[in-house]
Design a protein around this ligand. Sequence first.
Ligand code: ZN
Length: 138
Amino acid sequence: MTTSHIEHIGIAVKNLQESIQLYEHILGVSCYNVEEIPDQKIRTAFFQIGQTKIELMESRDPEGPVSKFIKRKGEGVHHIAFAVENLADALGEVEAKGFQLIDKHPRQGAEGLNIAFLHPKSTGGVLLELCENPSIKK
Ligand code: ZN
């Protein structure tokens, strides 16, 4: 698997609007996209920092994964996402290496990316996401 860069860092927040203001204040960069992701029961907000994005995630469902994360651990860093060229191939490779996949197959994520998560049980407690930008797929 070849990863070119950290595509984004996902941060779980309780209140998206307040957190957008906080990050705009810290970074001096404006949020450029707010997007509803019904599949993950979240609303997201994005900041571009060089090649990498910050993804703020607010839960839209008290039983959703981000709500459960905040109940367990509080607000904070939720996952790290690596950009890969071919997601299906990358998933096959990491599975063959013995990592546990949450998503066996790519699914649609925010920003038009194809995404898949690896289980934190097999990655030292960190939720890792792999993502592929279909518009630059070879
Ligand atoms: Zn993500």
